[in-house]
Design a protein around this ligand. Sequence first.
Ligand SMILES: Cc1cc2nc3c(=O)[nH]c(=O)nc-3n(C[C@H](O)[C@H](O)[C@H](O)COP(=O)(O)O)c2cc1C
Length: 191
Amino acid sequence: MQDPFLLFDEWILLEKQLSNSPISMVLATVGEDGRPAARAVLLKGYDQDGFVFYTNIQSRKARELAKTPYAALCFLWPAHEHQVRVEGPVSLISDEEADAYFASRPRERQLGAWASLQSQELPSRKVLQQKYKEYEKKFEGKEIPRPPHWSGYRITANSMEFWIGHKDRLNERILFVRDEAGEWQKKLLYP
Ligand SMILES: Cc1cc2nc3c(=O)[nH]c(=O)nc-3n(C[C@H](O)[C@H](O)[C@H](O)COP(=O)(O)O)c2cc1C
């Protein structure tokens, strides 16, 4: 198999057969101080162009991505002893794509996006609840537009590595790297 996305599709299918939960991934960024930072986000779409997640674009991760627009993703699927690592450059998605996804979200999530100053200090939970109520009132009976501080990012894979656990513990690692022509090159790594 020369295309890592065919394998990724197969593995996603296996996870979806196990559970209806959304697919999450660990997103690692480079901190403003050059140190790594990691957190989970939801995978909201992927194709050959990259892996998309949505977030507050004033959050810590967004500030870090503005300074160093590269990220690493890690998908961990213990039931199948699978791990996928993805690395590559990151870009903001288009306003049209972000608008369309925001419009598809449940109303309470849309309000939550308005109410949360993600990653800033919150004096108390009450403050967040009040802000949520304020926006609920503001948008009562109206369509909720996408907040200017909320959008999505796309991580374009330069490399994808698949790890497969085996009973004899001679585990398997398959690394796909995109060459300069954009073609995927495949090799095995010692586990
Ligand atoms: C399973 C899971 C999924 C999450 N999905 C998202 C997400 O899609 N977008 C997001 O902004 N935060 C998501 N979060 C919260 C982030 O892990 C993180 O706390 C938040 O984005 C702030 O990160 P930052 O301060 O590094 O920007 C998720 C958390 C968990 C546990």
